[in-house]
Write a protein of this length. Structure first.
Length: 137
């Protein structure tokens, strides 16, 4: 009986290894801007959940166009609260925050003009995970 229990435990453990090897945490990607503030050239108070390593990216218009990216921060899998994102330019009237996955394993955000096949947006179904940011906060 003990051998049967030990065997069952080993099989259970081994069946869990592929899920762990993929690096996917059990988090639904989301962005929380309830406490977010624009403070000069920085956005503070942002919370995120992500299931793989990625980036929180600031786009300077509601369309999320890659040329209008004005800041990003690397995010580890899980829940991260109270993030601060330094901006590389002036924030526009309709900024959005968007999640992107790290897809080429170099730990730098590379998505942009001429490079749209790497560090791609996180999708929820057929829509990117993106939220508007009120600049008057």
């Amino acid at each position: 009986m003990m051998k049967m229990i030990a065997s069952a435990a080993a099989i259970t453990l081994l069946s869990a290894v592929p899920a762990l090897a993929q690096g996917e945490a059990n988090y639904t990607p989301s962005i929380d801007v309830a406490n977010a503030k624009v403070e000069g050239n920085r956005i503070t108070g942002v919370g995120v959940q992500i299931n793989r390593t990625g980036y929180l990216v600031v786009h300077n218009d509601g369309a999320g166009a890659a040329p209008n990216s004005i800041g990003n921060i690397r995010i580890d899998p899980g829940e991260t609260m109270d993030l601060s994102i330094d901006l590389t330019g002036d924030i526009g009237a309709n900024p959005v925050l968007m999640l992107h996955y790290e897809t080429n394993d170099n730990t730098t955000y590379d998505f942009g003009p001429g490079s749209t096949d790497v560090d791609t947006p996180v999708m929820n179904g057929d829509k990117p995970v993106v939220v508007p940011l009120k600049t008057g906060m």
